[in-house]
Write a protein that binds this ligand. Sequence first.
Ligand code: SAM
Length: 228
Amino acid sequence: MGFHTFDPESADRLEDESRYRYLSREELVGALALGSDRDDTVADLGSGTGFYTDDVAPFAGEVRAIDVQAEMHELYREKGVPQNVELMTADVGDLPFADGELDAAFSTMTFHEFAGDGDSAGAGAEDDAKTGAEDGVGAGADDDAKTGADDGTGAGVGPGAETEVARVLTDGGRFVVADWSANGDGESGPPVTERYDRDDAVELLEKANLEVLRADERPETFFVVAER
Ligand SMILES: C[S@@+](CC[C@H](N)C(=O)[O-])C[C@H]1O[C@@H](n2cnc3c(N)ncnc32)[C@H](O)[C@@H]1O
């Protein structure tokens, strides 16, 4: 698992409301299809400072904010954490949930950091293994490291943390992913070489036995809704 080290010094960029240019509260909450009684248990995978966690919390029963860096949780605490949000320091590849425990999960601008990291000799050589250092969300965040497996040696990407996400979702539970696309211009976010595109994401999610309900390629991001 190639979790990266997002620089907490850059965390203020995560609180910039101009980010709604790339993903709005409305499309995120709508895609999660949470119950109208607002009692679903939802996880935000790679929650950072909780910018989108805060948007989802009013529509859920409980939200688990998962981040591998305790320092990101500290910044979220300083901002103020909604009463129904629990901060949990964990890697998406090793989630502290029982099988089928979550009604839904989402991940914003982080999928490229945890998905498809495993090695698998059987995977296609055209796939990249991405073990990134962190992207930022703004310009100049070009400090990612990439371990490519696209050198024709036959080594390819294997299952990553998306398989763990599938494990903890209940049957019919949704996993909503918004992330920077490899087909974007790189006007913001990580370098395009560090990104997946929609088709990569669909392939990874389907390999994890999730059913893809919707997959959009957009100017700078992709948006995928999958179901267990
Ligand atoms: C670019 S930030 C995005 C934060 C948040 N999703 C948002 O959109 O505001 C990525 C976050 O994911 C966390 N992260 C990266 N890889 C992770 C992993 N494997 N498990 C858990 N958290 C991870 C980082 O620590 C960082 O806080």
